[in-house]
Design a protein. Structure first.
Length: 549
């Protein structure tokens, strides 16, 4: 373009054109192209300004060519330099800062000091890392002008809370070793091979307390310290089986030889009674300690032990009771005997003060304090426990057929129910009933307090004696305080019950058949159609059967 010049001042590029009769009409594209190929190519072109300028200039040029206007100068701001901008975003948890940057267009670029000062102006006093800022600046350099970039440039020091102390056995527990069958050189598992029965000797270290850790305090981006919570301690439970080591207070030593059992709190060393099998020739067993039966248990036999019981074979129509863990390497089977007055009982009874482990069970009465773990199948059994899992691994695939359950927390299997006309009844209200009974007890007590309160209020209103009124006022205050306190207890208990029951679930990892009844809290259902993988639980106070993914 003739008779034109550009002037750059105060971050703005101004185009000045002298219009004469010899001037050609202006074109927006020509001006834009001229800027793009000039020393001002890095600036932000103002297309709307140019468009308006071209229209105005061409109108004036038409007047000049018709001798209606004299030669004149026209000008407009056609481009400008835009400095890079930074916005500091503080995380709600006060543990990080993100820089939101819009890169410059021909203007001033960000530098290390500018970013640091922006953080300081925002109140940041800790965690500013030059290495992170350098990474941000590199991103800005490699980005198209005018790009929007977000990058974390400040990190606080997270608090590390302390770990709880815990107890760790120093010896292999036979109860755990027995759950894994021994495999020979050809890869075959011998379910009846219990392996070596390793006992401990007097003064052998059997239990270690791993001490709590106090944690490490953190620091937020404002420089404020975040205190760490120390872990909880755990105390040794001392009994006649163990003593504290005089050399290390965190070690327990055995005071007797025998077989170790440990329930997570108490470590007990039992005498061990071992038999190749239990049959009528051996007689019933009642033993203070742990019992190992390497083979089968014959029908009608009774075995009672205070410790763990390990059976390497099969249990048929026998009664097995123990205070510790019960492990049956094979399975157990019995019969349901109908008695008079519609009473019935099972010929095979398994009771444990801990966990019960077995491969399968058929028509058995099973009671465990904690978990019943069945590898393959539960059929027509009556089971009472904290939780039941039928199958192995992260997604158990065992079968449940026609059983009755009274549980606290979870039931999980591959298939629950059958295609045939056999009912499976599941109640998950073992703990729920305890909650409800306690709530009723508190409600009765509150009702009693309110009745007494109403009686005292009546006496107070009918009394004119000032001294008596004063005594009654004190009685009213105490009763009101008790009502409020026990009402608070009851409300807290109701909250805990609801929270607990939302953790209760029944899971079928493969199939859930019809005629499976499930009771959780006050909710109940009977399945009417076959379903795929499903989870039954209370969620947001609603009883739901949801597909399991």
């Amino acid at each position: 373009m003739q008779n034109s010049e550009y002037k750059f001042n105060d971050k703005q590029l101004t185009l000045i054109i002298t219009l004469t009769k010899d001037s050609e009409a202006l074109e927006e594209s020509v001006i834009v192209k001229q800027i793009q190929h000039s020393e001002y190519s890095s600036l932000s072109i103002l297309h709307e300004h140019i468009k308006s300028f071209v229209q105005t200039a061409n109108t004036k040029l038409a007047g000049i060519k018709k001798d209606k206007l004299a030669d004149t100068k026209v000008n407009a701001v056609v481009a400008k330099a835009i400095d890079a901008k930074i916005n500091i975003l503080l995380a709600e948890d006060k543990m990080s800062v993100t820089a939101h940057v819009v890169t410059g267009v021909g203007g001033k670029l960000l530098d290390l000091e500018t970013i640091k000062q922006s953080c300081l102006d925002a109140g940041v006093r800790y965690g500013l890392k030059s290495s992170l800022i350098d990474e941000l600046l590199l991103q800005c350099k490699n980005s198209v002008p005018g790009s929007s970039i977000e990058y974390t440039i400040v990190k606080g020091m997270p608090v590390v809370h302390g770990q709880d102390a815990y107890l760790k056995p120093r010896v292999e527990l036979f109860s755990e070793a027995c759950r894994t069958p021994k495999v020979d050189s050809e890869g075959r598992a011998d379910l009846k091979d219990l392996g070596n029965i390793e006992t401990v000797a007097v003064n052998q270290a059997v239990l270690e307390k791993v001490p709590l850790t106090t944690g490490k305090e953190g620091i937020d981006i404002y420089g404020d310290k975040i205190p760490a919570t120390s872990g909880n301690d755990v105390k040794f439970s001392i009994n006649d089986s163990v003593r504290i080591s005089p050399k290390n207070p965190n070690i327990l030593l055995a005071t007797k030889s025998g077989l170790v059992r440990f329930d997570g709190k108490d470590l007990i060393i039992d005498d061990v009674f071992t038999l190749p099998e239990l049959n009528p020739k051996k007689g019933h067993i009642k033993f203070k300690g742990s019992v190992i039966i390497q083979g089968d248990v014959s029908p009608d036999m009774h075995l009672t032990a205070t410790g763990d019981v390990f059976i390497g074979g099969f249990v048929e129509s026998a009664v097995i009771k123990c205070g510790g863990e019960l492990t049956i390497i094979s399975g157990a089977s019995g019969r349901l005997i109908e008695g008079s007055k519609n009473e019935h009982h099972y010929t095979c009874v398994l009771q444990s003060g801990g966990q019960i482990n077995l491969t399968f069970a058929n028509q058995c009465e099973i009671t465990a304090k904690t978990i019943v773990s069945v590898k393959k199948q539960l059929s027509h059994c009556n089971v009472e426990a904290n939780s039941v899992v039928v199958g192995q691994g992260d997604r158990p695939s065992g079968l449940i057929t026609g059983c009755r359950f009274f549980l606290c927390k979870t039931l999980e299997a591959g298939v629950i129910g059958t295609e045939s006309d056999v009912h499976t009844d599941i109640s998950m209200n073992r703990t729920y009933d305890i909650f409800i009974n306690k709530e009723i007890e508190l409600a009765d007590w509150i009702h009693e307090m309110i009745s007494r309160l109403e009686g005292v209020e009546n006496d107070y209103n009918n009394t004119l004696d000032p001294d008596k009124k004063h005594k009654l006022e004190n009685a009213l205050t105490k009763l009101q305080s008790k009502v409020e306190k026990y009402t608070g207890y009851r409300n807290a208990l109701i909250g805990k019950r609801r929270e607990y029951m939302e953790m209760v679930s029944v899971t079928a990892n493969s199939k859930l058949y019809p005629k499976v009844s499930v009771v959780i809290a006050e909710h109940s259902l009977i399945t009417k159609v076959e379903k795929g993988p499903s989870v039954i639980k209370i969620e947001d106070h609603e009883f739901k059967v949801q597909p399991k993914t």
